[in-house]
Design a protein around this ligand. Structure first.
Ligand code: HGY
Ligand code: MN
Ligand code: MN
Length: 422
């Protein structure tokens, strides 16, 4: 098989990439520069339609599954062989930035365009995958589309999901026009020969080191809990302090216990975040009777992460007894870390050497759809630096030249992998 053509960063149409990223950012339910794009909201549907148009301009064959995962395939000369896949997500948590996920989607389109422009024809097909609901915002579980593709969610588990308005996943997907059987979402092992995801680092390492490419070796193990606290409520003037069972104060003490558990796990990589706290009835002169907390706990070391979850459960029991508040703990997800395939990280390293681009191995502290694609095929991720490592906030930023460098490495890697016959 001939060597694939060299694609340097200058061959990537950085202006077109920027224009597409900016157009995607306009599909938002928050005012710029923030981006909010929740699963199957109007902005999400507009963004999906826009993406399908962009895929059509490249002559890609498209399909969508029952969860709205979008597949856009560049047919190779050996279409019967397992394809090389690459992609990410376009949904965005409330008040986020415009680069998380989208760089890995628009980047595949730009990589394909650059390869087409030099007359390259893939042997194995190259397929863009745009995953549904990488963010947990609507149904409380992140990576919904890739989890289902990896077969890690049963149909019963999918059916049990409810959003905060009480809509079932089934109702929501049908309302969005996705009616295909969910049983067909899972992809068999061997369906893809490799999955590569381009993503902003969402951390400060690359920028501080002045290195343009990160080659991910491992993706941290995410988990999340929902803890519901039920106190007695009552009149803010009439109930004296010793007689109170205040659900908000129990939650406040528990949020500090989450921090303490993460800081004392024995691992410097453990992180614990109380990202959601809802209280009721929410009146200034009414003692909070109910509090719902959603807690995110991660580490690259599974044992340290699980020690932290256990410490949070222990703290919940102690606080609820002492404060006379009932507590229920619901484990929303607890996933193992994912190793990246050495053969793929070597390929990316070789590509960077060939292109004369500095690169360094690193771990991903954020989770990604790659975490679940690792269950069905070899994976790796290509990171690019982002401003001060900021992400999940409106001032998230990646420079056009950093994005173009990441896309060139992705294009070269995809071309190389598509030529691998065995
Ligand atoms: O939370 C994460 O790690 C990802 O950005 N959804
Ligand atoms: Mn994210
Ligand atoms: Mn992401």
């Amino acid at each position: 098989m001939p060597n694939p053509p060299l694609i340097s960063p200058t061959q990537i149409d950085a202006a077109a990439v920027q224009a597409q990223l900016e157009q995607l950012a306009r599909f938002s339910s928050a005012p710029a520069p923030a981006v909010t794009r929740v699963l199957w909201s109007e902005p999400d549907m507009q963004a999906r339609a826009y993406l399908r148009e962009q895929c059509a301009t490249l002559g890609l064959e498209m399909r969508e599954d029952g969860l709205g995962n979008l597949f856009a395939r560049w047919l190779g000369t050996a279409p019967e062989l397992p394809a090389v896949a690459s992609g990410s997500h376009i949904d965005a948590i409330p008040n986020a930035g415009m680069y998380d996920g989208t760089v890995g989607v628009i980047g595949v389109l730009a990589a394909i365009r650059a390869l087409q422009q030099v007359g390259f024809t893939p042997h194995r097909s190259i397929e863009l995958v745009v995953f549904t609901a990488e963010e947990p915002t609507r149904f409380g579980v992140g990576c919904l589309g890739s989890r289902a593709m990896a077969g890690t969610l049963t149909l019963a588990q999918l059916a049990s999901l409810r959003d905060s308005d009480g809509h079932t996943l089934e109702q929501a997907r049908h309302a969005a026009g996705y009616t295909a059987e969910l049983a067909h979402v899972a992809v068999p092992e061997g369906h893809y020969v490799a999955f590569i995801e381009l993503h902003i680092e969402q951390g400060p390492v690359l920028e501080q080191a002045g290195i343009p490419i990160g080659i991910v070796q491992k993706i941290a193990a995410p988990s999340s809990l929902r803890i519901t606290l039920t106190g007695e409520g009552g009149h803010a003037g009439a109930v004296l302090m010793p007689d109170r069972h205040d659900a908000l104060l129990a939650a406040a003490e528990l949020a500090l216990a989450v921090e303490q558990a993460a800081c004392s796990s024995g691992s410097p990589d453990t992180v614990g975040t109380t990202g959601v706290l809802r209280i009721a009835p929410g009146a200034v002169n009414s003692i909070p009777a109910h509090a719902v907390m959603e807690i995110d706990v991660r580490d690259t070391d599974l044992a340290a992460r699980d020690r932290t979850l256990a410490a949070i459960r222990t703290a919940t029991a102690a606080i609820s007894i002492r404060r006379g508040v009932q507590a229920t703990v619901e484990l929303l997800n607890a996933d193992p870390p994912a190793p990246c395939a050495p053969a793929l990280t070597d390929t990316v390293r070789h590509v960077c050497q060939t292109l004369g681009i500095a690169a360094q191995p690193m771990i991903s502290r954020a989770y990604h759809d790659s975490l679940f694609m690792a269950r069905v095929c070899p994976i790796t991720m290509i990171f690019i630096p982002c401003y001060k490592g900021y992400s999940h906030r409106p001032d998230e930023y990646a420079a056009p030249e950093a994005i173009a460098t990441g896309i060139a490495v992705l294009a070269q890697t995809l071309a190389h992998l598509s030529q691998v016959s065995a």
